[in-house]
Design a protein around this ligand. Structure first.
Ligand code: ADQ
Length: 469
């Protein structure tokens, strides 16, 4: 079996089996793949260094080998806070109004990708498969090719691919996409993002793309396909059964008081998650349904992220103001409508919280996939499951049509959905949950990585052409 070299911006190996901390199932899933393939996970340590040395910190943790490098403050500012999170992230989430174009960001992005390429190069052996993750590292494959790497290389993009009309606002867009075409396999989360990507290739670059996603470029064939990511179902269900989860469930239930229903939102504090719109919708629900208002509570858990970037400071400020305003307008001595918590929790506790919630409110304005929707479903008690309210703009929506699908921009739509969910009869809740659970269980993260790695290897009918190079 070929070794696997995984490259991502950050490297996070779970501290102990079954307890991935707040890192999410991806760390668990990739670690499992790396253990199986005797691979290496390479990326940025998250640490700063005065001046870049390229020193590789190699460690072995839970049977996974990691290799990390430190970056200079200017690298972090231009590559991570700059091009990745002020240019690509907002643009790829259709937020052209928040997108900043700065030549220094672009140069920093190229420089850090070149540093990644130089540092990972000595780790790559002839038969290794190289699997690169996400928008931070789009040109990495082409830089490795320039250094003579002929291994099979795949890229998986965790976020949406924007419509061509938006994407072309990126200076040097063609150069960026041309560099991506040095991979053998390009994976996107959904058919929608795949369609946007191939539309760009055809319309802007005049390339031929077959119905099964084979792109012809400079005499080579590259495959682009959708690989919807899932959660680590087994790990999540196991963590939901732990004492920590039971304790979290009970504590939360007790705090609600008799007969009160709870809605839960769990998101990184990010403008793409539609938190402001969600608070407005809940406000509207309270105003339009005064007879039910005091019987519901919204628990919103939102750990801050990317605090160096101004748009994230603004959204944080805005949400604090909104939560304060809504609570001020509606609260009573024994009831506060929104519990707004800015911290992360261990996955087991999170599972207990999900289970205690009658409604999972997942309303991103745009999301590559959204794993919270899947975790909410996996954590429910099948006998008495809660209802998932899901944005139709989440990548997860096409797989989760048994959720109550909403337009997160419409406070009326979301408010109606909350009322519908609160009144939903038990048989309907069970019916919807059963179908949702089947897809969350069957299309899990193990299947996702097996499909991706299998395609990269050229299995399943040699989807990645064996004559690639
Ligand atoms: P994210 O934008 O981070 O991921 P998401 O898919 O929802 O979004 O994953 C968040 C993860 O963080 C979940 O596993 C969740 O449990 C965890 N998390 C969130 N808040 C937490 C808290 N307070 N405490 C502990 N854990 C918390 C990106 C893309 C998504 C895509 C994923 C995976 O933006 O669209 O689904 O990658 O590909």
């Amino acid at each position: 079996m070929s070794r696997l070299i995984v490259v991502s911006n950050r490297v996070s190996v779970p501290q102990a089996m079954g307890a991935a901390g707040a890192q999410g199932g991806l760390a668990v899933a990739l670690s499992a793949a790396l253990r199986e393939h005797r691979g290496i996970w390479f990326g940025w340590s998250g640490k700063e260094t005065e001046s870049f040395t390229g020193h590789l910190d190699m460690q072995r943790n839970q049977d996974v080998t990691t290799a990390t490098i430190d970056l200079e403050p200017q690298d972090i500012e231009e590559y991570y806070n700059g091009y990745a999170n002020r240019t690509l992230w907002p643009l790829f989430h259709y937020r052209i109004d928040l997108t900043e174009y700065d030549r220094n960001f672009g140069e920093g992005y190229e420089r850090v990708n070149a540093r990644f390429a130089d540092s990972v190069l000595p780790l790559i052996e002839p038969d290794d498969l190289v699997w690169v993750h996400d928008y931070h590292l789009l040109p990495l494959g082409s830089m490795l090719r320039e250094k003579g790497v002929t291994n099979r290389m795949g890229l998986f993009l965790h976020i949406p691919w924007p419509p061509t009309r938006l994407f072309v606002s990126l200076p040097n867009h063609e150069q960026l996409v041309a560099s991506m075409l040095q991979y053998d396999l390009i994976g996107l989360q959904t058919e929608e993002w795949l369609d946007s990507f191939t539309h760009y290739l055809k319309k802007e670059m005049g390339l031929k793309v077959s119905d099964d996603g084979v792109i012809e470029y400079e005499g080579r064939r590259i495959v682009a396909r959708a690989f919807p990511i899932g959660i680590d179902y087994e790990e999540f269900v196991a963590s939901a059964r732990t004492e920590l989860a039971q304790g979290a469930y009970q504590r939360l239930k007790d705090s609600l008081g008799h007969g009160r229903k709870m809605l839960i939102g769990v998101d990184r504090l990010d403008y793409s998650k539609g938190l402001g719109e969600r608070f407005d919708s809940f406000d509207r629900f309270l105003t339009d349904n005064p007879e039910m208002a005091k019987d519901v509570v919204l628990l919103q858990i939102a750990p801050p992220s990317r605090g160096e970037v101004a748009s994230y400071q603004l959204i944080r400020h805005d949400l604090e103001r909104k939560a304060g305003h809504i609570n001020g307008a509606h609260a009573d001595v024994a009831w506060v409508p929104i519990r707004y918590v800015n911290r992360g929790y261990p996955r087991a506790e999170l599972a207990g919280f999900y289970r205690a919630a009658d409604i999972g409110l997942v309303t991103p304005l745009r999301d590559g996939m959204n794993l919270v929707a899947k975790e909410y479903v996996a954590a429910q008690d099948s006998e008495d499951p809660g209802v998932l309210i899901l944005s139709r703009f989440a990548g997860a929506a096409p797989q989760m049509e048994d959720a109550v699908l909403v337009n997160p921009h419409s406070t009326e739509d979301v408010s109606d959905a909350i009322r519908q969910a609160l009144h939903m009869p038990l048989p309907e809740r069970r019916r919807r949950h059963e179908r949702l659970l089947a897809s969350v269980r069957d299309e899990d993260v193990v299947r996702w990585r097996e499909n991706f790695v299998g395609a990269l290897r050229g299995e399943h009918g040699a989807e990645v052409p064996l004559d690639a190079r």
